[in-house]
Design a protein. Structure first.
Length: 94
């Protein structure tokens, strides 16, 4: 299925806590905040998300949280970027 990208598509940053761990609650709050403001899509793990510093488990957790919070309200666009082409393919398979 081909979907036209249009409307407001915020590139979400990845929140971390003071210890440098993924802030899952902060991410949930961020997603709820932008959804409340009427976005058309969510864009996660893009150029603002510190993707090179995330391990596969963190990447999957981010995807899971965003998809769960978005529910059926808006589509979720997931970046697969990496510095390594093998990792890029693995990321696309998540």
């Amino acid at each position: 299925m081909i979907t036209k990208l249009e409307g407001v598509i915020p590139a979400l940053p990845t929140p971390f806590d003071a210890a440098g761990n993924l802030d899952e609650g902060g991410l949930s709050n961020l997603v709820q905040h932008v959804l409340k403001d009427g976005v058309n899509w969510l864009w996660v793990l893009g150029s603002t998300s510190e993707f090179p510093a995330l391990n596969p488990r963190e990447r999957q957790t981010i995807i899971d949280i965003c998809v769960q919070e978005a529910g059926k309200q808006v589509p979720v666009l997931v970046g697969v970027g990496s510095q390594d082409q093998r990792e890029l393919v693995k990321n696309a398979e998540l």
